[in-house]
Design a protein around this ligand. Structure first.
Ligand SMILES: [Zn+2]
Length: 172
Protein backbone atom coordinates (compact mmCIF):
# COMPACT_ATOMS: atom_id res chain seq x y z
CA UNK A 1 0.00 0.00 0.00
CA UNK A 2 1.13 3.50 -0.64
CA UNK A 3 -0.08 6.30 1.60
CA UNK A 4 1.57 8.75 -0.74
CA UNK A 5 -0.67 7.91 -3.69
CA UNK A 6 -2.70 10.74 -5.13
CA UNK A 7 -6.34 11.23 -4.21
CA UNK A 8 -8.73 13.47 -6.11
CA UNK A 9 -10.66 15.82 -3.83
CA UNK A 10 -14.06 16.89 -5.11
CA UNK A 11 -15.76 19.97 -3.76
CA UNK A 12 -19.19 19.57 -2.19
CA UNK A 13 -20.63 20.35 -5.63
CA UNK A 14 -18.71 17.37 -7.08
CA UNK A 15 -16.30 19.51 -9.12
CA UNK A 16 -12.59 18.73 -8.76
CA UNK A 17 -10.94 20.96 -6.17
CA UNK A 18 -7.44 19.65 -5.65
CA UNK A 19 -5.26 16.60 -5.28
CA UNK A 20 -4.10 15.27 -1.95
CA UNK A 21 -2.42 12.14 -0.60
CA UNK A 22 -4.05 9.01 0.79
CA UNK A 23 -3.07 9.77 4.38
CA UNK A 24 -4.65 13.24 4.36
CA UNK A 25 -7.76 12.01 2.57
CA UNK A 26 -8.27 9.28 5.17
CA UNK A 27 -8.03 11.86 7.95
CA UNK A 28 -10.72 13.93 6.22
CA UNK A 29 -13.00 10.90 6.09
CA UNK A 30 -12.28 9.82 9.67
CA UNK A 31 -12.95 13.37 10.89
CA UNK A 32 -16.28 13.49 9.10
CA UNK A 33 -15.19 16.18 6.66
CA UNK A 34 -15.38 14.09 3.51
CA UNK A 35 -16.91 10.97 2.06
CA UNK A 36 -15.42 8.24 -0.05
CA UNK A 37 -16.59 8.45 -3.65
CA UNK A 38 -14.35 5.83 -5.19
CA UNK A 39 -11.77 3.51 -3.64
CA UNK A 40 -8.50 2.48 -5.22
CA UNK A 41 -8.19 -1.18 -6.07
CA UNK A 42 -5.81 -1.78 -3.18
CA UNK A 43 -7.12 -2.57 0.28
CA UNK A 44 -5.29 -1.40 3.40
CA UNK A 45 -4.79 -4.14 5.99
CA UNK A 46 -4.04 -3.24 9.57
CA UNK A 47 -3.63 -5.78 12.36
CA UNK A 48 -7.29 -5.59 13.22
CA UNK A 49 -9.02 -4.24 10.18
CA UNK A 50 -8.93 -3.77 6.46
CA UNK A 51 -10.39 -0.92 4.52
CA UNK A 52 -10.43 0.60 1.07
CA UNK A 53 -7.83 3.16 0.16
CA UNK A 54 -9.50 6.28 -1.30
CA UNK A 55 -8.98 7.31 -4.90
CA UNK A 56 -11.67 10.00 -4.97
CA UNK A 57 -13.26 11.76 -2.01
CA UNK A 58 -15.81 14.55 -1.73
CA UNK A 59 -15.82 17.32 0.86
CA UNK A 60 -19.08 17.97 2.71
CA UNK A 61 -18.40 21.71 3.03
CA UNK A 62 -18.04 23.91 -0.03
CA UNK A 63 -14.59 25.42 -0.45
CA UNK A 64 -14.27 28.47 -2.64
CA UNK A 65 -11.77 27.48 -5.34
CA UNK A 66 -8.91 29.90 -5.64
CA UNK A 67 -7.69 31.16 -8.96
CA UNK A 68 -4.54 29.43 -9.95
CA UNK A 69 -1.82 31.02 -11.94
CA UNK A 70 0.55 28.38 -13.10
CA UNK A 71 4.17 29.01 -12.31
CA UNK A 72 6.44 28.53 -15.25
CA UNK A 73 8.71 25.62 -14.45
CA UNK A 74 10.35 22.89 -16.51
CA UNK A 75 7.73 20.36 -15.56
CA UNK A 76 4.86 22.76 -16.23
CA UNK A 77 6.29 23.46 -19.66
CA UNK A 78 6.62 19.74 -20.40
CA UNK A 79 3.05 19.24 -19.17
CA UNK A 80 1.76 22.05 -21.38
CA UNK A 81 3.49 20.40 -24.34
CA UNK A 82 2.17 16.97 -23.31
CA UNK A 83 5.71 15.59 -22.97
CA UNK A 84 6.08 16.04 -26.71
CA UNK A 85 8.96 17.52 -28.65
CA UNK A 86 7.39 20.52 -30.31
CA UNK A 87 9.48 20.04 -33.44
CA UNK A 88 9.40 16.33 -34.31
CA UNK A 89 6.46 15.31 -32.13
CA UNK A 90 8.20 12.48 -30.30
CA UNK A 91 6.87 11.79 -26.80
CA UNK A 92 9.83 11.23 -24.49
CA UNK A 93 10.96 11.69 -20.93
CA UNK A 94 14.25 13.07 -22.22
CA UNK A 95 13.03 16.53 -23.06
CA UNK A 96 14.94 19.77 -23.00
CA UNK A 97 13.71 23.32 -23.16
CA UNK A 98 14.32 25.34 -26.30
CA UNK A 99 14.24 29.10 -26.69
CA UNK A 100 12.31 29.54 -29.96
CA UNK A 101 13.99 32.89 -30.53
CA UNK A 102 17.45 32.07 -29.19
CA UNK A 103 18.63 33.66 -25.99
CA UNK A 104 21.59 35.12 -27.91
CA UNK A 105 19.08 37.11 -29.98
CA UNK A 106 17.27 38.40 -26.95
CA UNK A 107 14.73 35.56 -26.77
CA UNK A 108 13.05 35.63 -23.39
CA UNK A 109 12.31 32.86 -20.90
CA UNK A 110 8.55 33.26 -21.17
CA UNK A 111 5.75 30.82 -21.97
CA UNK A 112 5.49 32.22 -25.51
CA UNK A 113 9.16 31.63 -26.32
CA UNK A 114 9.97 28.32 -24.64
CA UNK A 115 9.04 24.91 -26.00
CA UNK A 116 9.82 21.32 -25.16
CA UNK A 117 12.31 19.78 -27.54
CA UNK A 118 13.94 16.38 -27.71
CA UNK A 119 17.71 16.37 -27.42
CA UNK A 120 18.14 15.64 -31.12
CA UNK A 121 15.95 18.54 -32.27
CA UNK A 122 17.42 20.94 -29.74
CA UNK A 123 20.89 20.04 -30.94
CA UNK A 124 19.87 20.37 -34.59
CA UNK A 125 18.23 23.77 -34.07
CA UNK A 126 21.07 25.07 -31.91
CA UNK A 127 21.30 28.87 -31.82
CA UNK A 128 19.00 29.44 -34.78
CA UNK A 129 15.38 30.42 -35.22
CA UNK A 130 13.01 27.67 -36.42
CA UNK A 131 12.93 29.32 -39.84
CA UNK A 132 16.70 29.41 -40.13
CA UNK A 133 16.88 25.79 -39.08
CA UNK A 134 14.00 24.83 -41.41
CA UNK A 135 12.15 23.39 -38.43
CA UNK A 136 8.48 23.89 -37.88
CA UNK A 137 6.79 24.19 -34.49
CA UNK A 138 3.84 21.83 -33.99
CA UNK A 139 1.95 24.40 -31.92
CA UNK A 140 2.43 28.05 -31.16
CA UNK A 141 3.68 28.23 -27.58
CA UNK A 142 1.43 30.12 -25.19
CA UNK A 143 0.56 30.39 -21.53
CA UNK A 144 -1.44 27.38 -20.30
CA UNK A 145 -5.18 27.78 -20.84
CA UNK A 146 -7.27 29.43 -18.16
CA UNK A 147 -8.97 26.16 -17.55
CA UNK A 148 -9.77 25.34 -13.92
CA UNK A 149 -9.30 21.63 -14.66
CA UNK A 150 -5.93 21.99 -16.33
CA UNK A 151 -4.00 21.07 -13.14
CA UNK A 152 -5.76 17.70 -13.03
CA UNK A 153 -5.00 16.52 -16.54
CA UNK A 154 -1.53 15.32 -15.77
CA UNK A 155 -2.88 12.88 -13.18
CA UNK A 156 -5.37 11.21 -15.50
CA UNK A 157 -2.97 8.75 -17.10
CA UNK A 158 -2.21 7.16 -13.75
CA UNK A 159 -5.71 7.53 -12.32
CA UNK A 160 -8.13 6.44 -15.01
CA UNK A 161 -11.04 6.40 -12.58
CA UNK A 162 -10.75 10.19 -12.18
CA UNK A 163 -11.59 10.86 -15.81
CA UNK A 164 -15.34 10.89 -15.30
CA UNK A 165 -14.93 13.60 -12.63
CA UNK A 166 -12.61 15.88 -14.55
CA UNK A 167 -14.46 17.70 -17.35
CA UNK A 168 -13.16 16.65 -20.74
CA UNK A 169 -9.84 17.92 -21.83
CA UNK A 170 -10.18 20.10 -24.88
CA UNK A 171 -8.54 18.59 -27.92
CA UNK A 172 -6.16 21.03 -29.49
ZN1 LIG B 1 12.38 16.30 -31.59
Amino acid sequence: MNLKSDVLVLNSNFLPLNVTKVRRSMMLIINGKAELIEPKEEIIHTSTDSFAMPSIIRLFAYIKPFNRTIKMTRSELFTRDEQRCQYCGVVTKDLTLDHVLPRSRGGLYIWENIVSACIKCNHKKAGRTPKEASMRLLTKPSTPPHDPYYPFYRFLDNNKEWIQWVPAKRVR
